[in-house]
Design a protein around this ligand. Structure first.
Ligand code: MN
Ligand code: MN
Length: 395
């Protein structure tokens, strides 16, 4: 039963406060409810807007490597974590893709999402074309990242004689089911006569094409030197689509690990996301903090840990994760990450904002007078004065 805000206001005016759970969503914060609301008619009445029902926090960890079979073919494989598999992650989706030497993820674009990637293993060549007609062909090694803005046509190919593995990130959880457009899908479903006029090739060639997309195709092993375009006169893109994250990202070192932040400051074309590489050593925590401007999506490269989130109204949920799993923390939710294993917990993190922001609990508490903090928790001012200062990090 939908209840509009207007209904809510008129019912409040009448003093009908015990109108049940449909109003919960209208009063997300206690202070928004009217201080003049009438008391509930009896102690056993339904919750009032002053005491809205609490919705449990959703699961926020998903096993991308083992959660589903994914796509498997002769040239490679792909496993997804979109809203289908991982509903909490509305703003970011991920794909773990493996290609065999020479295999290629065919020419395609994403209509509703930009594509980001981190190379986990091996070497990859990409091509991309921008709306201005400029192009770029780049080779990537382990630890490099790429970024293709929404709608830009691109391709990925495994270089060298070893397979490659990379993690793709998209700035929409819905990117897959509504928005991936492949060149073979388009060409094979378009009239052969039109294709002949469009390309100068014979209609008979297009008439015999299989009516399905290639997705991951088997190709010839690429040369180590960058090949020329069919039309070598096409100009090169002004902005690089490649950033050497492990090699060139500024590193913040902490007692228990490190942070490497790559925002649009370091990598200008990456204008919808910020990427972070984080290591947390055994027994250490990434301290309690929150991000006021972005959701956070984490992929575990190696190690074992747990993530704990705070979603207001007494809702705290802690979930374990390990290699090949992803977690998702909504914008503004408090959280920490703990390494519970015996090896380094290595994470790749994405935020759905090109600007990196965080607030730390320690930084906040120690920015207040000792008496005030003491009064919050019933401690002495002496105890409050010993609170640790902002470490902005991992220890
Ligand atoms: Mn793509
Ligand atoms: Mn965080």
């Amino acid at each position: 039963m939908p209840t509009s805000r207007r209904d809510f206001l008129s019912l409040s005016t009448l003093g009908l406060t015990a109108i049940g759970s449909t109003l919960g969503a209208l009063a997300p914060e206690r202070s928004t409810a009217s201080p003049h609301a009438s008391p509930a008619p009896s102690a056993h009445a339904a919750p009032t807007p002053l005491d809205p029902p609490i919705v449990e926090l959703e699961d926020f960890v998903y096993d991308i490597e083992n959660g589903s079979k994914g796509w498997v073919g002769e040239g490679g494989s792909a496993k997804e974590a979109t809203v289908e598999e991982f509903p909490v992650s509305q703003s970011i989706a991920g794909v773990s893709m493996r290609l065999k030497p020479g295999a290629f993820r065919e020419l395609h674009w994403h209509s509703i999402a930009a594509e980001w990637a981190y190379v986990l293993e091996g070497r990859v060549r990409t091509t991309v074309i921008t709306p201005g007609g400029t192009t770029s062909t780049d080779d990537f090694e382990t630890g490099d990242i790429w970024y293709f803005p929404k709608g830009h046509g691109h391709m990925l190919q495994c270089l060298g004689d070893k397979p490659c593995h990379f993690l793709l990130g998209f700035d929409s959880g819905h990117f897959s089911e509504f928005g991936t457009f492949s060149v073979t899908d388009w060409v094979s479903h378009t009239s052969p006569e039109i294709m002949a006029r469009n390309t100068g090739l014979p209609a008979s060639f297009f008439a015999q094409l299989p009516k399905k997309e290639v997705y991951i195709g088997v190709g010839k092993l690429a040369a180590d030197t960058l090949p020329k375009n069919i039309d070598p006169a096409k100009p090169t893109s002004a902005f690089s689509h490649k950033f050497r994250m492990e090699k060139d990202a500024p590193m913040q070192e902490f007692k228990g690990g490190f942070h490497k932040i790559v925002s649009s400051v370091e990598f200008p074309i990456q204008n919808s996301l910020t990427a972070v590489r984080m290591d947390i050593e055994p027994g250490c925590i990434r301290e309690l903090h929150w991000h006021p401007n972005a959701d956070e999506w984490q992929y575990v490269m190696s190690g074992t840990g747990k993530v704990s989130i705070f979603g207001s109204h007494g809702r705290v949920k802690t979930m374990p994760f390990s290699k090949g799993m992803v977690s998702f923390i909504k914008q503004g939710y408090g959280h920490y990450v703990e390494n519970t294993g015996t090896e380094t917990l290595k994470l790749i993190v994405l935020f759905n904002s090109p600007v990196y922001q965080e607030l730390s609990l320690n930084d906040w508490l120690t920015a207040n007078p000792a008496q005030l903090v003491a009064d919050h928790f019933g401690m002495s001012t002496g105890q409050a004065a010993t609170l640790v200062n902002h470490k902005e990090g991992i220890y």
